[in-house]
Design a protein around this ligand. Structure first.
Ligand code: 7RM
Length: 631
């Protein structure tokens, strides 16, 4: 059976079959791939036991499925289209044959540096083709890639390198982003100097900007020096289905970021299946996802999903508003982009720049528009639909998470009826349930509750690197036998799903996940800070902004706010920078010492009445003081 569904009847049939006979359904889907050895069992293990397996007993290499498999038919088709930051610099194109060769060469470089199956490789790069190539080169060798977004600080990078003990780091001299240059090698050097960051043996440095960087003898190697010497042939390592493919760090409501672990076969099938069905890319189409490969969206929907389907995928190095707010649409016209996938925060930012940046472009190539990363508001949905899509392009509002590997709830382009702000229907194999506050499944169709998934799907995370207990605790314990998403959700009378946002202490800032505890810990590092509480508040462009309430030891100069921001930059990176910092005398606490975040969230959102039950407050006068000083 073909991967692709082409009408609503087929969707209904596929959904029903994946529910009633998942083993048979996924066995049929899996025949679309190249296996070295077939599986013994399609799905085994349970959520209760936290030992989910898909296609156990099979052997494969995901890069053979992304690259080698297409060479017969598509060797001269463009696989990767790279659009540089500077519009005057030429586009770079890799055909499937060229990408295959580049991945093999790069895998051979990594071999030279001692990388073997199961080793972790950290990729801390800007959005250049070599970033995607590095990801695939790791997969070719069976090395586990851990991509760290280029906006994270040296400390954040060091923490991620240390947690999974990466052996090799791949970086750029520096990266272009709009009118900025990000000194990636310098940041890497700083990270590697830290005492907790000892596992790295070699650093492979790709030259992008031409910045002067220091190269440490014996440790640092220029990409171009080694690349020239490596062969374009590299046999793919034979991997077992449940061998780890990658780790990707993401924030939770407590503690350090978690290394989300994905394995080979299930992730591959899920990435390919969801890409094919949600986007409905046809022969000759050009697909572009604007995410960074440092996030899960870039893993599944720039790299693996499109290439597994033999599509043409686009990578853009820059930002939406440089040189001006028409950049995205210039690129759409230049490359006749048919499928465009971006985040609500970008849509809102561009919406605020005026329609003229869009209406003076053609955009006639566009067929499908996608949204991901956070709930899309009504106004942005309609602007996207009307001004960008000219009411001719279905919008796929795709709900999913780092943990889910790929899209779980979304319209299928041109098939599912779209509704503004609704992710609509679950993909075949996805069984969403809404839970009430008693922890029971809500049976009525029209309902709202906490979103859980009732049974394993192939792309489901298999664990948290080095911490299986936390894996069970975070996702599998709140509702026994179910995967808990951390999101709130509404279901309408026709069983369409609308995701309303996190129900835990995870913030979503411009589609980036940030834990309140992480930001609080960072702020606490400032020597004059006694205590801090961080909450989200509604922000027109970012979706949510960061509001920090800070208790300082003594009367501080106003400069403390700038210092706090600098501290957060250093600990996490600019993406976690508080938008508002209010210095307060105390935080509203219960008698048992818990901060009442509910009140702080309300104040930050300028909702000053109805704080709910405040009878457990230790000192109610604190609330008035905070209210009076609100920003
Ligand atoms: C893909 C990604 C996951 C969190 C998730 C939600 C929110 C993502 C949507 C959405 C409403 C959407 N992975 N989220 N997509 N909320 N509608 N279409 O973003 O791990 O970084 O974030 O993002 O809260 O739990 S992520």
């Amino acid at each position: 059976m073909d991967l692709k569904i082409s009408n609503m009847d087929e969707y209904n049939n596929a959904y029903a079959m994946a529910q009633s006979n998942p083993q048979e359904f996924w066995a049929q889907m899996a025949t679309n791939f190249q296996w070295t050895k077939k599986w013994d069992e399609v799905q085994s293990g349970t959520i209760e036991q936290a030992d989910i397996k898909w296609f156990d007993g099979a052997q494969l290499n995901i890069t053979e499925n992304c690259l080698d498999r297409h060479l017969e038919k598509r060797s001269d088709q463009v696989a990767l289209l790279f659009e540089p930051n500077d519009p005057s610099e030429e586009t770079v194109k890799y055909t499937y044959a060229q990408l295959h060769a580049a991945v093999c060469k790069t895998a051979n470089m990594l071999k030279e540096l001692g990388v073997k199956k199961g080793d972790r490789v950290c990729i801390y790069m800007s959005m250049v083709p070599e970033q995607l190539i590095s990801v695939l080169a790791c997969a070719r060798l069976g090395a586990i890639h851990s991509v760290v977004f280029g906006g994270f600080s040296a400390l954040a990078l060091a923490g991620r390198i240390e947690d999974c003990e990466c052996k090799v780091l791949i970086t750029n001299d520096a990266g272009f982003r709009g009118n900025k240059i990000i000194p990636l090698k310098e940041i890497s050097d700083e990270a590697l100097k830290m005492k907790e960051c000892r596992s790295i043996e070699k650093v492979l440095v790709h030259k992008r900007v031409g910045s002067s960087v220091s190269m440490q003898e014996g440790r640092d190697i220029w990409w171009h020096d080694l690349y020239a010497k490596c062969s374009t042939e590299c046999e793919a390592e034979v991997m077992s289905s449940e061998d780890p493919l990658f780790i990707l760090y993401t924030s939770g409501s407590t503690g350090k970021p978690k290394g989300i672990l994905h394995t080979t076969a299930g992730y591959m099938v899920w990435a390919a299946y969801t890409f094919a069905n949600v986007f409905q890319v046809d022969e000759g189409d050009t697909y572009w996802c604007t995410a960074d490969i440092g996030w899960i969206t870039g893993h599944t929907y720039i790299t693996y999903g499109p290439l597994l389907n033999g599509a043409t995928t686009t990578m853009f190095e820059g930002v939406p508003t440089w040189p001006d707010a028409g950049r995205f649409w210039d690129i759409v016209d230049k490359h006749k982009i048919t499928h465009f996938y971006t985040a609500p925060t970008a849509i809102r930012a561009l919406m605020g720049c005026g329609n003229e940046f869009v209406t003076n472009k053609s955009l006639t190539s566009l067929k499908v528009l996608g949204s991901v990363g956070e709930p899309i508001n009504e106004e942005a949905w309609h602007w996207y639909d009307e001004v960008v899509g000219k009411k001719k392009c279905p919008i796929v509002d795709t709900w999913w998470q780092t943990e889910t590997g790929g899209i779980l709830i979304s319209p299928l382009a041109g098939i599912t009826k779209t509704i503004p702000c609704f992710a609509t229907k679950p993909l075949p194999g996805v069984s969403p349930v809404l839970m009430n506050s008693e922890g029971e499944v809500i049976e009525t169709t029209e309902a709202s509750g906490n979103l859980c998934i009732d049974r394993p799907w192939p792309g489901m995370l298999r664990g948290i690197w080095g911490d299986m207990e936390r894996f069970k605790q975070t996702y599998l314990s709140a509702y026994p036998g179910k995967y808990f998403t951390g999101d709130g959700c509404k279901r309408d009378q026709f069983s369409n799903y609308r995701i309303t946002g996190r129900v835990d202490d995870v913030l979503n800032i411009s589609g980036h996940r940030i834990g309140t505890a992480e930001v609080e810990d960072a702020i606490d590092q400032h020597p004059d800070v006694i205590e801090a509480a961080v909450v989200g508040f509604p922000h027109d462009v970012k979706g949510q902004g960061i509001y920090a309430y800070v208790v300082t030891g003594h009367d501080c100069e106003d400069s403390i706010k700038a210092e706090i921001i600098a501290t957060v930059n250093k600990m996490i990176g600019p993406i976690a920078k508080p938008d508002k910092i209010q210095i307060v005398k105390g935080l509203p606490k219960t008698r048992s010492g818990k901060i009442m975040r509910r009140i702080l969230r309300k104040i930050a959102s300028h909702e000053f009445d109805n704080f709910g039950d405040t009878s457990t407050l230790l000192d109610p006068s604190v609330v008035d003081e905070i209210k009076d000083g609100v920003l």
